[in-house]
Design a protein around this ligand. Structure first.
Ligand code: SF4
Length: 115
């Protein structure tokens, strides 16, 4: 097993501007009710956890039309979950997104005077 390298600053900057991350910030869930509205309800869960040698295309396509993909990605970024496809993103993509997400959370706390 190889160890994942840390995302480069330019990858984090790109993640910060990624429309999927922006949507996740806008649709950050306050509870777990989004889960029952996901398009994946009727899809084999294994689809969202492809082997390292398999493309994630099928899962990403299902997520692409999902009405709660912003909430789903926000949940995964909060959880720091490293496995599977969430909100149309792969674990590799989320490595940089998690750093951008946490930095954004710090900025939000400063804006509202918390922390
Ligand atoms: S974005 Fe994808 S993984 Fe998340 S709820 Fe929707 S279909 Fe399921």
């Amino acid at each position: 097993m190889t160890r994942a390298r840390l995302p480069r600053p330019e990858e984090v900057a790109a993640a910060r501007a990624d429309s999927r991350l922006i949507r996740a910030r806008e649709e950050r869930p306050e509870d777990e009710t989004w889960r029952v509205r996901g398009n994946c309800r009727s899809v084999d869960p294994e689809t969202f956890f492809p082997a390292a040698t398999e493309p994630p295309d099928m899962a990403v396509a299902v997520c692409g039309g999902c009405p709660v993909r912003g909430a789903c990605l926000a949940w995964a970024l909060e959880a720091g979950d490293a496995h599977g496809v969430w909100g149309g993103t792969t674990p590799r993509e989320r490595r940089a997104m998690v750093i951008a997400w946490r930095a954004g959370a710090g900025e939000r706390r400063e804006l509202i005077g918390v922390g």
